[in-house]
Design a protein around this ligand. Structure first.
Ligand code: GTP
Ligand code: MG
Length: 141
């Protein structure tokens, strides 16, 4: 697919890594098609991560993701989902490759700096979660 959805998570925002992370994203060839900063409610975070609601870490995940502001963005590139997950690295920064966003900026597996959609279907759902139809227009040719 051509697009993916990212969130810069509360820890990376709090640690003032927004600029460095967006720079890495652009340098890697992604176009930032839509972007906003907002704070998720607990209910928002539960809905966004509903696929994980039976997991033992779900309450911790929801508390963390609603603990402070995030940056959500739609990123455009050929093969966006797969290429972006390569750029961010493994879920656990201890297992992430050198030079990946999580290796550089994650504090732990739970506080791992950034989200990337895991499939084209997830990307579609997640883009609609954050952005209106006007904001979803792909302005970059
Ligand atoms: P996302 O891009 O955030 O969806 O991460 P992911 O796709 O690499 O991982 P996954 O969807 O499996 O898990 C979602 C999020 O839950 C992860 O990014 C972590 O922040 C958190 N998470 C995953 N496993 C654990 C865990 O074992 N403990 C805790 N506390 N959090 C976890
Ligand atoms: Mg995931």
């Amino acid at each position: 697919g051509l697009k993916t959805l990212t969130m810069i998570k509360p820890g990376a925002v709090k640690n003032r890594h927004i600029g460095a992370i967006l720079n890495m994203i652009e340098e890697a060839g992604f176009r930032i098609s839509a972007i906003k900063s907002l704070k998720l409610s607990k209910e928002d975070a539960e809905n966004f991560y509903e696929e994980h609601k039976e997991r033992p870490f779900f309450p911790e995940l929801v508390d963390f993701m609603s603990s402070g502001p995030i940056v959500a963005a739609i990123l455009l590139k050929e093969n966006a989902v797969e290429d972006f997950r390569k750029l961010i690295g493994s879920t656990d920064p201890a297992e992430a490759e050198e030079g990946t966003i999580r290796k550089l900026f994650a504090e732990s597996k739970a506080h791992n700096a950034i989200h990337g959609s895991d499939s084209d279907a997830s990307a579609e759902r997640e883009c609609h979660f954050f952005f209106s139809s006007k904001e979803l227009l792909e302005r970059h040719p």
